[in-house]
Structure formats: structure tokens, C-alpha cells
Design a protein around this ligand. Structure first.
Ligand code: GLA
Length: 383
């Protein structure tokens, strides 16, 4: 084990649950790894290929160990880890702090240390650890501490992805367990309402996220177009504009970027959204500073302006119209920390259109359609 900070910036990758639910198979995971490499996702920073719930046999084996379902994963997890590593990616797996997982497979309760050793032996690099079937009397904090300690002593660097759904004020204590990311909300589904509700629920929790431990607003639904692994996830789908806003929000709010679509069959537009290097750079900024909300010079309740200070002195400014009709959103530079006395303006670069927009002083505004967004990377310049 390296003893280094495991996830300095929000982890990026893909997770099987949104599109496949329990219907996962070895070839889907392998083909997804191929697609991530061939289509430039690995190069853009998407590193983890995570197998979610439903990968194991329904019961532990005779030695009380977890074992992969031989029909779904005929070559076993070790083989898959080698395959994924062969493409330069990392493998993630899933378990649960309770007696059973959410989809009713064996959980790791009272098996934490042996399961962590097993994952390490297989070459697993990431564990998503869910919160179902927890014995009522057992404090959740203690269970996440157990697995944090078990992974830290497993003999391998394994990213600990705590999936506690934002319950028990998880943001206040999860960092102490060693988790590198913590799910802060219930499950996302492929609908505008779900995306909006999750984003709004986390706007006041931004300060808890930072280098090495990140607020996970759940997997992305970008590019799913209603093709979820079950009815709850499908939920009708979103428009491309809504997917763009979803991605821009997750990028600005420092959430891990875990794709949930079928990467093998992506539309060109979804691919452009997910591979947007300018937005990824904002999400992956080394300083991981929390975005803050400023007033948005419109009398519309559903308009939001988020500002994130970046490591090189630039400022990212996101304008989000979460309402159902167009809005003109204005930003006062004073609110960002640039009073007229500073003698500075902002040179704006549009991160979605990928073009420079010139320099603004004092204030600027933009017309933002319903459910749409703008994200600018701004350079502080004199004059
Ligand atoms: C919970 C989690 C989801 C997914 C499912 C699998 O609902 O929050 O992200 O892992 O379990 O059963």
C-alpha cells in the first residue's frame, strides 16, 4: 500500500447499476472497459469500472467467503480485474454494511475484514459500500469505521466509497472512517426532477467535501434517455439540455463523476457532454475548493449562481436556471470578491461552447433557457 492520499480529487468512472441493475455479466463489464479506453474516457480521467449489486452468489460459499455468480462471471473477479487493469483502468466492486445487500445478496456484516482481504486478493481497487439490512441496534458510524479499517489493512490501495444515502448526517462524520467519497442523497433516477432535487439538497452541504473525501451526489444519468435497469431508474429520461445541466452541476459541485449509461452505445451529444474537458478540469481542480452561492440578480427563485475558486487563481462561475421558463441571470462581480476598487475584470471563457467571450467588469448577465445552464471559466485581469 502506498500510504498516499487515495482520491485527492473526485473519483471518475462508470458504475453498472443505472443501466443494468442486477443483470450484469462479465462481458458487459469487459466491453465497457474496452469502450472507455477506445472512446477516450480513460484519457479524459474516467478511471474506475465499478460492478454494483448482484455480482455474487446468493449465499456465501462453504468457507463463508463471497463468491462471484458463476453464470454472470464465469472467469471470476480476479480475471476481470486483470482484464480491466490490462486496459489501464481500475476495478470496483460492491458490498453492504448490513447482513444482505439492497438487492438481497450476502452483505459484509461481521465479515468486514475477510471480505476486504478477499477484494484485495482479487485485485479490486474500489469498494462501494451500501447501507441496507443494517441490524437495528448497530450504529452505522461504527460499521463504516470497521470497513474503513479493514480496507486500510487489506494490503492493497482500495478506494472506499461509502453509500449511506445522506442519512445520519453522514457528511459530519464520514471523513473519520477513511472513506474517499460519501453518497449524500437517495438514489438518482433518469428524470429532471431527480437531478434538480439532488442538486438543491446539496447546495448547503458543500463545505464538507474536500481533497481526499468527496460528496457523492450519485451516478450520472447523462445519456440514458430513459433506458434504466429498472422502472424506478428509467423514469422517462431527460433532454440533452437537461443532461448538460446535470453534468455542469455535478462538475461545479465537486461530485464524483461516475457514468451510469451504456458507454458502448452512447449518442454523440451525450459523449460530448461526458467528455467535456473544460468542465472536467473544473471538477478535478486540485484545490477542491467548495463552490459558494451568490445572489443572481434575477427575481426568479429557481435561478442559481455557483462560484468556485480554482487552484491557478481562475474562478468558475455557473449559471443554472432550474425553473420551467427562460431567465436572465446576472452576476455582480462584487459578490465574487471583486469590488470596483480592485480595478479588475473577468475574462470569460464558455466551457460548453468552448469559446472566449471577452472581458467584463462590474457585472455580466446571460439569458438562460429553462432547465439550462452556462459555465464560465474566468481569468482575473486588470482593467
Ligand atoms: C442502493 C444504492 C444504489 C444501488 C442499489 C443496489 O439503492 O443506493 O446506488 O447500489 O442499492 O441494490
Amino acid at each position: 500500500m502506498t500510504g498516499k492520499l487515495l482520491a485527492p480529487t473526485p473519483p471518475m468512472g462508470w458504475n453498472s447499476w443505472n443501466t443494468f441493475a442486477e443483470n450484469i455479466r462479465e462481458e458487459v463489464i469487459a466491453e465497457t472497459a474496452d469502450a472507455m479506453k477506445e472512446q477516450g474516457f480513460l484519457e479524459a480521467g474516467y478511471e474506475f469500472v465499478v460492478i454494483d449489486d448482484g455480482w455474487s452468489r446468493k449465499e456465501r460459499d462453504a468457507e463463508d467467503r463471497l463468491a462471484a455468480d458463476p453464470e454472470k462471471f464465469p472467469h471470476g473477479i480476479r480475471w476481470l480485474a486483470d482484464y480491466v487493469h490490462g486496459r489501464g483502468l481500475k476495478l470496483g466492486i460492491y458490498s453492504c454494511c448490513g447482513t444482505r445487500t439492497c438487492a438481497d445478496y450476502p452483505g459484509s456484516y461481521e465479515h468486514e475484514f475477510e471480505d476486504a482481504r478477499q477484494f484485495a486478493e482479487w485485485g479490486v481497487d474500489y469498494l462501494k459500500y451500501d447501507n441496507c439490512f443494517r441490524p437495528q441496534y448497530h450504529d452505522g458510524r461504527n460499521l463504516y469505521r470497521r470497513m474503513g479499517l479493514a480496507l486500510a489493512n487489506s494490503g492493497r490501495d482500495i478506494v472506499f466509497s461509502a453509500c449511506q444515502w445522506g442519512t445520519d448526517s453522514v457528511h459530519q462524520w464520514i471523513r473519520s472512517t477513511g472513506a474517499q467519497l460519501f453518497r449524500s442523497t437517495g438514489d438518482i433516477n433518469d428524470s429532471w426532477n431527480s437531478v434538480k432535487a439532488i442538486a438543491l439538497s446539496q447546495m448547503d452541504k458543500q463545505a464538507y467535501s474536500g481533497p481526499g473525501c468527496h460528496n457523492d451526489m450519485d451516478m450520472l444519468v447523462v445519456g440514458m434517455y430513459g433506458n434504466g435497469g429498472n422502472d424506478y431508474i428509467s423514469a422517462g429520461g431527460c433532454t440533452d439540455e437537461e443532461y448538460q445541466t446535470h453534468f455542469s452541476l455535478w462538475a461545479m459541485m465537486n461530485s464524483p463523476l461516475m457514468m451510469g449509461c451504456d458507454v458502448r452505445k452512447l449518442s454523440d451529444r451525450a459523449k460530448r457532454i461526458l467528455l467535456n474537458r473544460d468542465l472536467i478540469a473544473i471538477n478535478q481542480d486540485a484545490a477542491c475548493r467548495s463552490p459558494f452561492r451568490v445572489k443572481c440578480g434575477s427575481n426568479r427563485e429557481d435561478s442559481y449562481v455557483l462560484v468556485k475558486c480554482l487552484a491557478n487563481g481562475d474562478v468558475a462561475v455557473g449559471l443554472f436556471n432550474l425553473g420551467d421558463s427562460p431567465a436572465k441571470i446576472a452576476v455582480d462581480l462584487w459578490d465574487i470578491g471583486l469590488p470596483a476598487s480592485a480595478g479588475c475584470g473577468l475574462e470569460l471563457y464558455d466551457c460548453v461552447e468552448h469559446r472566449a467571450l471577452g472581458t467584463v467588469t462590474e457585472m455580466f448577465s446571460s439569458a438562460v433557457p429553462a432547465h439550462a445552464s452556462k459555465v464560465y471559466r474566468c481569468k482575473v485581469v486588470r482593467g
